[in-house]
Design a protein. Structure first.
Length: 76
């Protein structure tokens, strides 16, 4: 999967899955607990994620020439 991201084959799809599916699962799991700290953590994540998703087309246009752009995106 890392090789696919580095060479750009399905990189947008893979980074979208990594950035969405696991946090979505953990957010639902956090909602089932009585503690509010984990809810606040995932709410902060989704706020930052939405800001990055809105700004991503601009960053992708400017940084798409970097061969490891999507790899850095997954790591971030």
């Amino acid at each position: 999967m890392i090789i696919m991201i580095i060479f750009g084959f399905g990189a947008n799809f893979i980074t979208g899955l990594v950035g969405f599916l696991y946090p979505c699962y953990m957010s639902f799991k956090a909602l089932m607990t009585d503690y509010s700290d984990d809810d606040r953590h995932w709410l902060t994540y989704w706020t930052v994620y939405s800001f990055i998703s809105l700004a991503d087309p601009i960053f992708e246009y400017l940084l798409s020439f970097l061969p490891v752009y999507h790899l850095f995106k997954v790591i971030f």
